[in-house]
Write a protein that binds this ligand. Structure first.
Ligand code: PGA
Length: 252
């Protein structure tokens, strides 16, 4: 039976109180979740420490949504991988499409963030994905290959999680009418096979865990997880409400 990875990206959807309430409710509700499931939550930076404390007690990992690559120092507004590690982080998202396209994060910066996660023993969850325009112009494979090659440049990799998140499939908000365009499970599977091929060509000894992300919902999660190259999901909007997150867990 394959191990399933359920990762929740809370983005900037929840404030401090809402994050703590949801974390406590999840900790209570999932006490008996399948030992074959690895769960991780990526809360906002303000709620990171208390959420991480509550969740690690029940075996749920935590990670930041972004890290800065240097250690402590004069970097106003940033939080480093080192500081998150000391606060209990196990993972970190790196290169999420909202970081790339909203905040202009470059491939070079993403590579530095990957390196600093490895330096501080955080498992990086590298997010890759093409925009609608790139897909329409037939550039999908080239874009994904470029994102992987530059992010992994010169790294001494051991553990790696890659989330394939087509930008056009990501929800635009938490509302029911804000789902992204549907990415078919067979299309997601095809891209995951491509990603494995690219990573193996660069790092023959590394077997990355592959997640799919983009408007995953309780009624669609099982179709993605049935695919042989999809190990789990990275869920945004649908992970920020207790009932839909529990339905996703139960659907596994
Ligand atoms: P979504 O977000 O599930 O709200 O589409 C996924 C993500 O961006 O990580």
């Amino acid at each position: 039976m394959k191990k399933i990875y359920l990762f929740a990206n809370w983005k900037m959807y929840l404030d401090y109180d809402e994050s703590n309430i949801l974390a406590n409710a999840i900790a209570l509700a999932v006490k008996d979740f399948s030992p074959n499931t690895e769960m991780a939550i990526f809360p906002s930076s303000i709620a990171f420490y208390p959420v991480c404390q509550v969740l690690s007690d029940v075996g749920i990992g935590c990670g930041p949504q972004n890290v800065y690559w240097t250690e402590k120092g004069g970097y106003t507004g940033e939080v480093s991988a080192e500081i998150y590690k000391m606060a209990g982080a196990k993972y970190s998202l790196v290169g999420h499409s909202e970081r790339r396209y909203v905040f202009g994060e470059t491939e070079e910066e993403i590579n530095k963030k990957m390196q600093s996660c490895l330096d501080w023993n955080l498992t990086p969850v590298l997010c890759v994905g093409e925009t609608r325009e790139q897909r329409n112009s037939g550039e999908t494979d080239a874009i994904i290959k470029e994102q992987i090659t530059s992010a992994l440049k010169d790294l001494d990799l051991k553990d790696l999680v890659i989330a394939y998140e087509p930008v056009w499939a990501i929800s635009k908000g938490v509302g029911k009418d804000q789902v992204g365009q549907h990415c078919d499970d067979s299309e997601a599977e095809k891209m995951h096979k491509f990603i494995i091929k690219e990573v193996t060509a660069l790092f023959p000894a590394v077997k990355p865990i592959l997640l799919f992300g983009g408007s995953v919902r309780p009624d669609t999660v099982k179709y993605y997880l049935k695919m042989p190259h999809i190990d789990g999901v990275l869920v945004g909007a649908a992970s920020t409400k207790l009932d839909s997150w529990l339905k996703i867990i139960q659907a596994v």
